[in-house]
Write a protein that binds this ligand. Structure first.
Ligand SMILES: NC(=O)c1ccc[n+]([C@@H]2O[C@H](COP(=O)([O-])OP(=O)(O)OC[C@H]3O[C@@H](n4cnc5c(N)ncnc54)[C@H](OP(=O)(O)O)[C@@H]3O)[C@@H](O)[C@H]2O)c1
Length: 393
C-alpha cells in the first residue's frame, strides 16, 4: 500500500485547523504528522500527541515530506521557509506578508534549492489564481488585473451598503462573525491587499514589485456620506487592487473604488473575492470564490501539497524573461476626495478638477490626479479625508 504523504504543520489557528478538518480523515492520502505552535500550553483537545517539541523537531525529521507554514508571524515564517528548503523539504505557505516582503530573497533561494515553494493560499484563499496567472497566460498576454482580494474589507463594505451601517458597526459585525481580527489594521489599511497584489503582479507580469512603493489606501475613514455619494452616481464602493500594464510600464495601487453596477466586481459580496484578468485579445476573464476562512484557505494549501508532492514548482518564466515592464507611479487616476479641512485642495494638487462642492458639513472634490501625488502626500493619513477612485471617464 502506498504510504501517506507526511506533513509537518506550523500553526494551528484558523487555517491550520481548517487543514486538519480537511485532512484528518482515514481515506485521506495526506497525514498531518507533527504540529508546531507558538504556545504549547494552550488547551487543544486531541492535539497533544502530535505537538512538536520545537521547530527543529519537524524540520529535522527525515520522515516529514512537506512543510506547511500557516503561522501569523512573517519573520518566523521566513526563517522556517529558509530552513525547510535548505534541508530539502518542499514548503507550502499562506503568508502573503512574508512572501511579498521577501520575494527577491525567496526567488534567489529557489534558484539555489530545487524544492517546491508554493503559496496559492496566500492570494484570494480558494481561488486558484497564482497558478493560472503563472502558467495559463503568456508573457505579454495580460494588460491588467483588478480584484477584490481582501475578504474582511469586502465584508465591511457590503454590510455598510446593504444594512446601512457605520464603518465601526460594520467592523464590529465582521469581528463578531469571525471575518475580522481583533487588530484589523492590516486589512483595513489595505496592507493585506497590497501584499496580495504584489504577488499577483509578479505572476501576471514577471515584475517583483517593490512593496513599499505601491500605494495602499484603505477604508478606515469611509463614512455613510461617501456611500451615499457613490449611490447617487449609480455606483457601489469596493476596495480594489489593480495593476495595469501600459507598454513597458506597470502601475499598481490599492484604494477604494466607486464601481458601476455592470462591473463584475460590483457583485462580489461579503467575504468573497473576485479577480478580473484583462487581456488584449480575449477581453477579460473573471475568477470568483471564497477569499477567507479556515477551510477555503486550507483547500488551496491542500492543492499545493499535492502539487509539491509531484515536484511541481512555479517556473517564474515571466520573472526570468529579458523584457519586462518597469514599475511606475507616474499615472493619472480619477478620484473623489471628501475632506473636512478646507485647505486640503491646496495640499493635494489635482491635475484637473471636475466637481467641487463645499458647505458647512461636507466638502468634496473630484478630478484627475497623479498617483505619485497621492503616494507622497500626508493628506492620505488625515482621518478626516476619504479618497476613492472613480471609474475611467
Ligand atoms: N484566516 C484566513 O482567512 C487567511 C486567509 C488567507 C491567508 N491566511 C494566512 O494564513 C496564515 C495563518 O493565518 P490564521 O488566520 O490561521 O492565523 P491565526 O488564527 O492567528 O493562527 C496563527 C497560528 O500560528 C501559530 N504561530 C505563531 N507564531 C508561531 C511560531 N513562531 N511557530 C509556530 N507557530 C506559530 C499560532 O500559535 P498559537 O496557537 O500557540 O498562538 C497559531 O496557531 C497567515 O499567514 C495568514 O495571513 C489566512
Amino acid at each position: 500500500m502506498k504510504r501517506k504523504l507526511r506533513i509537518g504543520l506550523f500553526g494551528f489557528g484558523c487555517v491550520g485547523q481548517g487543514l486538519s478538518d480537511i485532512l484528518d480523515r482515514p481515506e485521506s492520502s495526506l497525514s498531518i504528522e507533527k504540529i508546531c505552535v507558538r504556545n504549547r500550553e494552550k488547551y487543544r483537545p486531541l492535539l497533544n500527541e502530535r505537538l512538536a517539541s520545537s521547530q527543529e523537531d519537524i524540520l529535522d525529521d527525515p520522515d516529514i515530506d512537506v512543510i506547511v507554514e500557516l503561522i501569523d508571524d512573517h519573520v518566523a515564517a521566513l526563517d522556517i521557509t529558509r530552513q525547510a528548503l535548505s534541508r530539502g523539504k518542499p514548503v507550502v505557505s499562506a503568508n502573503k506578508r512574508m512572501i511579498a516582503g521577501n520575494l527577491d530573497t525567496l526567488l534567489d533561494l529557489q534558484r539555489e534549492q530545487p524544492h517546491p515553494f508554493l503559496y496559492e493560499a496566500a492570494c484570494c484563499a480558494s481561488i486558484p489564481i497564482i497558478r493560472t496567472l503563472e502558467h495559463y497566460y503568456g508573457p505579454s498576454e495580460i494588460s491588467g488585473i483588478e480584484g477584490i482580494v481582501n475578504g474582511t474589507t469586502n465584508y465591511i463594505l457590503t454590510r455598510m451598503v446593504r444594512n446601512d451601517l457605520s464603518f465601526h458597526d460594520a467592523l464590529k459585525l465582521a469581528q463578531s462573525n469571525g471575518f475580522a481580527e481583533s487588530d484589523p489594521s492590516m486589512d483595513i489599511e489595505a496592507f493585506d491587499a497590497k501584499f496580495k497584489l504584489c504577488l499577483l503582479a509578479t505572476h501576471a507580469f514577471g515584475v517583483v514589485v517593490p512593496v513599499d512603493k505601491v500605494f495602499n489606501y484603505g477604508i478606515g475613514s469611509i463614512s455613510k456620506k461617501d456611500i451615499a455619494w457613490a449611490h447617487s452616481s449609480g455606483c457601489t464602493v469596493k476596495l480594489v487592487a489593480r495593476a495595469t500594464r501600459n507598454g513597458d510600464q506597470l502601475s499598481a495601487a490599492v484604494l477604494p473604488q466607486f464601481v458601476p453596477p455592470h462591473h463584475p466586481l460590483a457583485g462580489v459580496e461579503n467575504e468573497y473575492n473576485g479577480v478580473l484578468v484583462h487581456t488584449p485579445y480575449s477581453d477579460a476573464q473573471f475568477f470568483h470564490g471564497r477569499g477567507a476562512g479556515g477551510r477555503p484557505t486550507a483547500s488551496a494549501a491542500v492543492a499545493d501539497i499535492a502539487a509539491a508532492a509531484s515536484r511541481y514548482r512555479y517556473g517564474y518564466d515571466k520573472v526570468n524573461a529579458l523584457a519586462k515592464p518597469d514599475f511606475t507611479n507616474d499615472v493619472f487616476l480619477r478620484v473623489y476626495c471628501r475632506y473636512g479641512d478646507t485647505n486640503i485642495p491646496r495640499e493635494l494638487p489635482f491635475d484637473t478638477v471636475e466637481q467641487y462642492f463645499s458647505d458647512r458639513q461636507y466638502n468634496y472634490i473630484t478630478g484627475r490626479i497623479n498617483l505619485e501625488t497621492l503616494v507622497s502626500s500626508e493628506v492620505v493619513r488625515n482621518p478626516d479625508v476619504f479618497i476613492a477612485a472613480l471609474p475611467a471617464a
